[in-house]
Design a protein around this ligand. Structure first.
Ligand SMILES: Nc1nc2c(c(=O)[nH]1)N[C@@H](CN(C=O)c1ccc(C(=O)N[C@@H](CCC(=O)O)C(=O)O)cc1)CN2
Length: 302
């Protein structure tokens, strides 16, 4: 029997419904969630993603601000804008769309965002919170993958999960989230000599390499869950993932399609992080969070 499809569009709709309810409660209390989206340059795909993010904000009742800049914007000017948004009480999340033009250092930009508004979960402090199992914003794509796995109803405790890819934004945080869910985790990457040796032992495979047909049917254990993070083009220019979908779906128990799997969840988890951020501010009395991490000691605690 072919694998069951894990539908990222459907799951996104359900989660966005919950996010909209949370946003409505905050708005009624005079604390509408707000997201600032910054786009620098002319990358056509980035323009589409940013448009979709702003539309998604409107759909769930968020306030959003879109700041578009020419590709020659200086790094200093961008850092200045982020500093201002860090102190804007109407903004609970700041997102700088990647990739940035070459003359701008993405690390400097990411680290300039207040941790309490780092809804992309890309900063070193957010990464540290994930490593240490502390509350914080998880990077949206791996966070979405976890929700997709959760939706299958399969408990990860004691399962073997193999992550293919070791990027800071997907592979590494993915492995940590799986570990937090009590899976036994293996990370494979470009220097792994025999990928199939590992993936054939896996109950869950997350493919995040950016190369099509990386995972083929003979590399998958029957009944495994397969999550495809890849976004590539085939010879006909059609969007495809890292997984040989037609072959692997005959072996796996559950599989995400591309498009319609992980991609839509990335934007949904951004909305989730933003509403969470607004709720945190609402339940504290933070004014300007430029240095705040959300992990400040409680009154009376040294
Ligand atoms: N600051 C960030 N920059 C980037 C991120 C990010 O999470 N934060 N991720 C990617 C791009 N991205 C969101 O920004 C993104 C990519 C893909 C999708 C998506 O829904 N894909 C669809 C297919 C779309 C198509 O047809 O081209 C799908 O998979 O179904 C959403 C968001 C890089 N930059």
């Amino acid at each position: 029997m072919p694998a069951q499809l894990i539908d990222g569009v459907l799951l996104s709709q359900q989660l966005r419904g919950e996010i909209a309810e949370r946003a409505a409660r905050l708005t009624a209390a005079g604390k509408q969630p707000g997201l600032a989206v910054i786009l620098v340059g002319e990358d056509p795909a980035s323009h589409v993603y940013v448009r979709n993010k702003v539309k998604a904000c409107g759909d769930v009742g968020f306030h959003s601000v879109l700041e578009k800049y020419e590709a020659d914007l200086s790094e200093a000017a961008l850092l200045e804008r982020i500093a201002a948004l860090n102190c804007d009480p109407a903004i609970h999340g700041i997102l700088v769309q990647m990739p940035l033009p070459k003359h701008i250092d993405p690390s400097k930009v990411i680290e300039a965002i207040a941790t309490s508004k780092d809804v992309d979960g890309y900063s070193v402090l957010s990464a540290g919170e994930l490593v240490a199992n502390l509350p914080g914003f998880r990077p949206c794509t791996p966070y979405g993958c976890m929700k997709l796995i959760e939706s299958t109803g399969v408990d990860l405790r004691g399962k073997h999960a193999v992550v293919i890819g070791r990027s800071n934004t997907v592979g590494k945080p993915m492995a940590l989230l799986l570990l937090q869910a009590n899976a036994t985790v293996t990370i494979c990457h470009s220097a792994t000599p025999d990928l199939g040796l590992y993936t054939r032992q896996a109950d869950v495979v997350v493919a995040a390499v950016g190369r099509r047909n990386t995972l083929k049917a003979d590399m998958v254990k029957p009944g495994a869950i397969v999550i495809d993070v890849g976004m590539n083009r085939d010879d006909a220019g059609k969007l495809c993932g890292d997984v040989d979908f037609a072959g692997v779906r005959e072996v796996a128990s559950h599989i995400t399609p591309v498009p319609g799997g992980v991609g839509p969840m990335t934007i949904t988890m951004l909305l989730m992080n933003t509403v969470e951020s607004a709720e945190r501010v609402h339940s504290s009395s933070q004014e300007c969070p430029s240095q705040a991490t959300g992990m400040e000691p409680k009154p009376g605690v040294a």
